[in-house]
Design a protein around this ligand. Structure first.
Ligand SMILES: *Cc1c(COP(=O)(O)O)cnc(C)c1O
Length: 462
């Protein structure tokens, strides 16, 4: 198995290389050259297996023997032992045919733990084998930073630097990052906004001279291993509901599209998925593209579902590559034009997308209404991201007989502001975090200046 770029001009890479590399050198994203198949019998044989065992079987062809089976199994088991529910990602039945897939039982209470608990361990394995160290840099407005820190805190060969905008992330989200006191974890509060932090990380990846040859690694969802880890829960949940003997549909609260793309890969591998429903908040580029072929940037809106506040969906490029039948030049031309002007997809690729994907966009007012309505009907308190999914599943599902699985991407305690706005007294943090607000914090405040940040990283990496 080799990995190729969506823009067709970068060299093909091995699994190890692709995990240690971020973006392809031609500006594209890496995808597997072939799609491994899960046969009817392979899927049937997964019934009743543990999540870790299903994870091992689904991911093994992507790892391509580059980590031996026993070691990889150990990595997978360790990663998912950090989840507080024995099922790792339990299904919760809401009514006759609507299910929530609870992806929030990991250390930071959002679905990003599923991929980042694994990615940190895979990176550490490869670095140890090569006798190298690496630096991770990332900018966060919330969920990604804390999940990356939790995923890397025990990794001896990695130092992680996460930049967040000073005094502009919620207290819970800040403390989930800054109370991790491990020696390889560095939290930097930038005197600026998220875009300033992001720009400094991008500039550091573009010119890595300040690190004197030490490798800089990206853990955002352009890293293939994150997508790979997310394929697993689509397979595991569909099998739990009767696949391969029964079809299911999925509804996915979406922003950068990494999560839905993983579902699409599961379908390509052979999982019987009837429909993917993409749920967006008011930042609705994915919905506008699918519904109206309006592939254009619009100004960012701050919503009650902040982890889905994006202008451009970085992983959509991976799906476009498939919709354009792997024509890297066509994808490159489309995305370059899109940078500067409103664009549209060609007819045939758009028609291909509409065969598998539906979409629905949900306003802030509706998010609040859905949180109340879902509680009234099911006794569940949904987080605002999951609420967009709940509504989209009801509005956009193709039929009422195919079970629909809505991905619950965060625990409601993590986004208590929206829950309180919806009229509830709040949601307690789960027991393992109930002293979060008393824990010691550690972070460094720096001006929004590239040289100050790079100097800090260079001096503190071990
Ligand atoms: C990151 C995130 C999303 C969006 O996921 P994508 O893979 O970017 O589509 C949705 N909900 C929550 C809670 C998140 O943290």
């Amino acid at each position: 198995m080799r990995y190729i770029s969506t823009r067709g001009q970068a060299p093909a890479l091995s699994f190890e290389e692709v995990v240690l590399t971020g973006m392809a050198s031609d500006g594209g994203l890496y995808v597997p050259e072939d799609v491994p198949r899960l046969s009817h019998d392979d899927l049937a044989a997964m019934a009743g297996l543990s999540y870790a065992e299903i994870a091992f079987r689904v991911m093994k062809p992507y790892v391509n023997g580059e980590i031996d089976d026993a070691t990889f199994r150990g990595i997978v088991e360790e990663a998912y032992a950090t989840f507080s529910h024995d099922a790792v990602v339990p299904l919760n039945q809401l009514d006759a045919n609507h299910f929530l897939l609870e992806l929030f039982h990991g250390p930071t209470l959002a679905f990003k733990d599923v991929a980042l608990q694994l990615l940190g361990r895979i990176l550490d394995h490869f670095l140890r084998k090569r006798g190298e160290r690496a630096v991770i840099m990332g900018a966060t407005s919330g969920d990604t930073g804390s999940a990356a820190i939790e995923g890397c805190r025990h990794c001896d060969n990695l130092d992680i630097f996460i930049l967040h905008p000073y005094q502009r992330v919620s207290e819970v989200q800040r403390r989930q990052m800054t109370t991790v006191l491990a020696d390889n974890v560095f939290n930097v509060a930038i005197e600026g906004n998220f875009d300033d932090a992001q720009a400094m990380v991008k500039a550091s990846f573009a010119d890595q001279g300040f690190l004197d040859g030490t490798r800089l690694v990206a853990v955002n969802s352009i890293n293939w291993a994150r997508i790979m880890a997310q394929i697993v829960y689509y397979v595991a949940s569909a099998v739990a509901l009767g696949a391969p003997h029964r079809q299911v549909s999925f509804c996915v609260p979406s922003a950068n599209f990494g999560n839905v793309f993983a579902g699409y890969m599961a379908k390509r591998m052979g999982l019987p998925v009837k429909q993917f429903i993409i749920a967006t908040n008011a930042n609705d580029i994915l919905h506008r593209t699918l519904a109206d072929n309006d592939f254009s940037k619009q100004a960012l809106v701050a919503t009650l579902a902040p982890s889905m506040d994006i202008v451009v969906s970085s992983n959509f490029e991976r799906l476009l590559f498939e919709a354009y039948e792997r024509d890297g030049a066509a994808v490159k031309a489309l995305l370059e034009r899109f940078q500067s002007e409103p664009s549209a997809l060609a007819e045939a690729p758009l028609a291909r997308l509409r065969e598998s994907f539906a979409s629905h966009s949900v306003s802030d007012a509706t998010i609040l209404e859905v949180i109340r309505e879902a509680h009234h009907r099911t006794q569940e308190i949904l987080d605002p991201h999951t609420a967009t999914g709940y509504r989209a599943a009801e509005r956009a599902r193709a039929d009422a007989t195919t079970p629909v699985i809505t991905l619950a991407t965060a625990h409601p305690a993590k986004f208590a502001e929206a829950v309180v706005k919806a009229g509830f007294p709040g949601v307690p943090l789960p027991p393992h975090m109930d002293d979060l607000l008393e824990r010691e914090e550690r972070y460094t405040v720096l001006p929004a200046e590239l040289s100050a940040v790079q100097q800090f990283v260079a001096e503190n990496r071990r």
